[in-house]
Write a protein of this length. Structure first.
Length: 390
């Protein structure tokens, strides 16, 4: 990972612009680290590496957004060949475009913040791009409320990124947070309570499996004289046999041999046990809701929001994947435009998304049948570049 940023001196003083509320925001934290109010590491361990629903939600969104076809354009045309497209295709020696963007989207979903580092050279585009881990990054606000530097800590070492240079070395993309001026709010934090419920239910189920999938019955002792209490030796022997021969997955289904005075009373799941399972399913749907993933796509039972899988898939792209991808790509384009000295935009190519094929066909048909539009106007409505003779 490249952490040595080659700074380019500004030839002219940039125009001073600042928010009037900036000094008020930075009054309590100028020059000090603005700590994130959440523990990203714990949330990641609880909701991603330790929860299948959270893991699948993050993977689905990050992989779908990273695989979207991208269009680079300015106000006049689309670019088929451009240095920025070449940079995104091979951002560094270890990653391609999909790998880099998947990491960036994953960090944004897990922590609410995504950081992209540029390794600058002598050309008009960075030499490399690297995704930085959000849990290692700390923001240092200035007197005007904007970040003057970022500190990246790994163990006992740290690197400082100076954000006052003409070309900022770090692009910080953050999700909306209504109560934090510097860090974003992650879906993982919004789903924290549901994650705890789901994880607790999974541990409860595991405990049942460790005990032969719950005691499926009770052994009732009735002595010859009508007494219902066993002697200590009898009790210890019965308990030892139960633990040795009738508990655990390896002993599941093994028949029991009961001696005189012992009677077996079968048991089933109580209504409270059944409600506990429903609570787990409800928690799984809440996790999916926080991330914006239709529960139907996760195979969760009891979800009838969408009529079919295709409709849920289209809603997943329209309501979740495309908004987050548009936000990230717009931030990257605005950041990289400072390097290339061009006003460029990056956006998903909607015509290349299979899930939206039905919408695309309907739109093309509607525009094609509009006789009152010229060919140039139709191409503009469809987002196509002008022809050479227009």
């Amino acid at each position: 990972m490249g952490l040595n940023i080659f700074k380019r001196e500004a030839t002219t003083a940039p125009e001073a612009k600042a928010s009037a509320a900036g000094p008020v925001i930075a009054f309590h934290g100028a020059g000090r680290v603005a700590w994130s109010p959440r523990d990203t590491v714990s949330l990641t361990q609880t909701g991603f590496t330790g929860n299948p629903v959270g893991f699948r939600c993050v993977k689905m969104i990050a992989e779908a957004a990273a695989s979207l076809p991208i269009v680079l354009a300015d106000c006049e045309r689309r670019y088929e060949v451009h240095p920025l497209l070449a940079l995104l295709a091979r951002p560094n020696a270890a990653q391609g475009r999909a790998d880099l963007l998947e990491s960036l989207y994953g960090q944004l979903l897990l922590s609410g913040d995504g950081y992209l580092e540029a390794v600058s050279g002598d050309s008009d585009v960075p030499l490399e791009l690297h995704v930085l881990r959000s849990d290692r990054m700390q923001l240092l606000p200035g007197e005007d409320g904007w970040p003057v530097a970022y500190e990246y800590r790994v163990g006992g070492r740290k690197h400082r990124f100076d954000m006052t240079a003409m070309l900022p070395p770090v692009c910080h993309i953050r999700a909306f947070h209504p109560q934090d001026d510097h860090y974003g709010l992650s879906p993982m934090q919004a789903a924290a309570s549901a994650l705890d419920v789901h994880n607790s239910a999974s541990r409860w189920s595991k405990s049942l499996l460790d005990n032969a999938a719950r005691p499926s019955g009770a052994i009732v002792y009735k002595g010859a004289d009508g007494q219902g209490q066993m002697g200590q030796d009898q009790y210890d022997r019965l308990l030892d046999e139960m633990q040795s021969y009738h508990q655990g997955a390896a002993n599941a289904g093994r028949p029991m041999l009961l001696e005189g005075g012992l009677d077996w009373k079968p048991m089933g799941f109580s209504p409270s046990d059944m409600e506990f399972q429903k609570t787990k399913e409800s928690a799984a749907r809440e996790i999916a809701l926080a991330f914006g993933v239709p529960p139907m796509l996760l195979g969760l039972p009891g979800d009838a929001t969408y009529a079919n899988y295709q409709e849920a898939h289209r809603a997943f792209y329209r309501l979740t994947v495309l908004p987050v991808a548009g936000k990230v790509l717009a931030s990257i384009a605005n950041w990289l435009s400072a390097f290339s000295h061009e006003t460029l935009r990056l956006e998903p190519d909607l015509d290349g998304i299979p899930a939206l094929s039905a919408e695309r066909e309907a739109r093309w048909k509607r525009v094609t049948e509009a006789d009152f539009l010229t060919a140039t106007e139709k191409r503009a409505l469809l987002g196509l570049p002008k022809l050479a003779d227009d």
